[in-house]
Design a protein around this ligand. Structure first.
Ligand code: E4P
Length: 218
C-alpha cells in the first residue's frame, strides 16, 4: 500500500518524508490556498518545491473545466517535473482529458469521485489513479469505505490497472480499513500516518525496558 500525504504544507511533507514511509503527495486548490499559495507562477514554484522534497508522485490539479484548458494546463504541469501526476476532476471533459493524457503516456489522478460508476469511467479512460473521497461521503452519513470496496471488486473483475487512491482520509482507522479492503494507495493528513505509531503498550513496554537496563547497568 502506498502512503501519500494530502497537503501543500512543506513542513508536514518533510516530516512524513523523514519518517521514510512516504510514497507521494496529493494537493488540491483548497490545500494550496490554505498555505497562502496563490497565482499560477507561485503555484508552479510550490509544486517544484514539493517535488524536490519527496521521491514519489505529486498530484497537481488543473483549474480549467473544459477539455482544451485542461490539456493546456496539464501539459504545463507534466512538463514541470517527471514526478507530477495531472489531477483532473471527474466531469465529462475531465474524462476526455484523462484519455488524452493516458494515450500520451502522461499519468493522471481522476479526483472528486463519489460513486462506483464514476470510478469505472475513470478506469476506462486509462486513469493512473482514481480518488474516491471517503471522508466526504462519511460526512453525509454515507458509507465511504463501502465505495472503496465496490471499486476494488469492479477493478479486480476486469483487471483494470488504475490504482485506487483512497482520498479524504480523516483518521488512522480509515487507513487501516482501506488497507484491509485492498486500496492501492491512501492519502491523508500527517496525523493519519503518525497515528499508526501509537499504542500505549509500546510506550509502557519501552519505559520498562529502559528502566530495567538502567537498574542492570548502575
Ligand atoms: C484528494 O486528493 C483530496 O485532496 C483530498 O483527499 C480531499 O480531502 P478533504 O475531504 O479532507 O478535503
Amino acid at each position: 500500500m502506498k502512503f501519500f500525504i494530502d497537503t501543500a504544507n512543506l513542513e508536514d511533507i518533510a516530516e512524513a518524508q523523514a519518517l521514510g514511509v512516504l510514497d507521494g503527495v496529493t494537493t488540491n486548490p483548497s490545500l494550496m490556498a490554505k498555505e497562502g499559495i496563490t497565482g499560477a507562477e507561485n503555484i508552479l514554484a510550490h509544486y517544484q518545491k514539493i517535488c524536490d522534497l519527496v521521491d514519489g508522485d505529486v498530484s497537481a490539479e488543473v483549474i480549467s473545466t473544459d477539455f482544451e484548458g485542461m490539456v493546456e494546463e496539464g501539459e504545463k504541469l507534466a512538463a514541470l517535473h517527471p514526478q507530477i501526476v495531472v489531477k483532473l476532476p471527474l466531469i465529462a471533459d475531465g474524462i476526455k482529458a484523462c484519455k488524452y493524457f493516458s494515450d500520451k503516456g502522461i499519468r493522471t489522478n481522476v479526483t472528486l469521485v463519489f460513486s462506483a460508476g464514476q470510478a469505472l469511467l475513470a478506469a476506462k479512460a486509462g486513469a493512473t489513479y482514481v480518488s474516491p473521497f471517503l471522508g466526504r461521503l462519511d460526512d453525509i452519513s454515507t458509507d465511504g469505505l463501502h465505495l472503496i470496496a465496490e471499486i476494488r471488486q469492479i477493478y479486480d473483475n476486469y483487471g483494470f490497472d488504475t490504482q485506487i487512491l483512497a482520498a479524504s482520509i480523516r483518521h488512522t482507522m480509515h487507513v487501516i480499513d482501506c488497507a484491509k479492503i485492498g486500496s492501492d494507495v491512501m492519502t491523508g493528513p500527517l496525523s493519519s500516518i503518525k497515528g499508526l505509531l501509537k499504542h500505549p503498550l509500546t510506550d509502557i513496554g519501552l519505559a520498562k525496558f529502559l528502566e530495567d537496563y538502567k537498574k542492570g547497568n548502575q
